[in-house]
Design a protein around this ligand. Structure first.
Ligand SMILES: NC(=O)c1ccc[n+]([C@@H]2O[C@H](COP(=O)([O-])OP(=O)(O)OC[C@H]3O[C@@H](n4cnc5c(N)ncnc54)[C@H](OP(=O)(O)O)[C@@H]3O)[C@@H](O)[C@H]2O)c1
Length: 221
């Protein structure tokens, strides 16, 4: 699900051609973003998006947000800079990483902009022609009335990719990339247990907090 959501968040949300989706190329390579901010770099969608960005735009600078304990993991997936969104002023930290040049595009996997709309100001500082804000649909997204002029908000769900040419081969591509180690399962899996009874236990663990940089999985026989 993280991969299937990250693909449209990169491709449809940011107009980036993705190499394993060859029928969905995008015109105007010169306008591809050179600096991309991924909010939620340790989330399943965000950490998948970082890998897809790295494959699609090897020269681009990818800045991600994550808790400190996940910085090494997020860096290993291809982020150039990782910012701790829980410490200090996030905009200041990104300004430092970009020498005040802003970012050309934002991919928000975790409602980071809803919590901090001022992050969109980083797009205003960029020289990029398009100022795209790709936002994964979560039910708590930023109202369009709060999106500054000149910024294009694109709300993304995993279902959007299913209508695209070449989508039927996506899972086959994923299997091949995993086999060839071109793509790694982005965050470690923590097995809660086996059987429907374990779902409640998993939900309780989530509710109590402390689940970070991992995906809880219940096995069903
Ligand atoms: N509409 C769709 O088709 C669709 C599909 C998939 C997912 N989603 C939605 O997308 C969201 C992400 O899903 P997911 O499965 O990727 O989540 P996840 O793997 O459960 O992500 C959890 C991680 O997000 C990070 N995080 C939370 N708030 C953050 C913030 N303000 N800034 C930076 N990082 C933050 C935390 O990282 P740290 O531990 O580093 O703090 C946390 O560990 C969920 O709301 C989900 O419902 C929607």
């Amino acid at each position: 699900m993280g991969f299937l959501t990250a693909v449209p968040a990169v491709h449809e949300g940011l107009d980036i051609a993705v190499p394993f989706l060859p029928e969905s190329t995008i015109e105007g390579g010169a306008n591809q973003p050179q600096t991309i901010l991924v909010l939620g770099g340790a989330s399943s969608v965000g950490s998948s998006a970082i890998q897809i960005l790295r494959m699609s735009l090897p020269q681009a600078t990818v800045i991600a947000t994550a808790s400190s304990k996940n910085h090494a993991q997020v860096t290993s997936l291809g982020a150039n800079h990782v910012i701790d969104y829980k410490k200090g002023d996030v905009v200041d930290q990104i300004d430092q990483a970009t020498s005040q040049n802003g970012v050309d595009a934002i991919l928000d996997a975790v409602n980071g902009v809803t919590l901090q709309p001022e992050l969109l100001g980083l797009l205003a500082k960029s020289n990029g022609k398009k100022k795209l804000f790709s936002e994964v649909l979560t039910g708590n997204n930023l109202p369009s009335s709060k999106v500054p002029e000149g910024v294009e908000q694109r709300q993304i769900a995993y279902t959007s990719i299913l209508k695209k040419p070449g989508a039927e081969s996506l899972l086959k591509s994923l299997t091949g990339m995993l086999r060839d180690e071109e793509y790694v399962i982005p965050i470690p899996v923590t097995k809660v247990g086996t059987g429907f009874d374990c779902i409640g236990q998993g939900l309780l663990t989530l509710k109590n907090g402390g689940v970070s940089g991992t995906k809880l999985v219940v096995m069903l026989e």
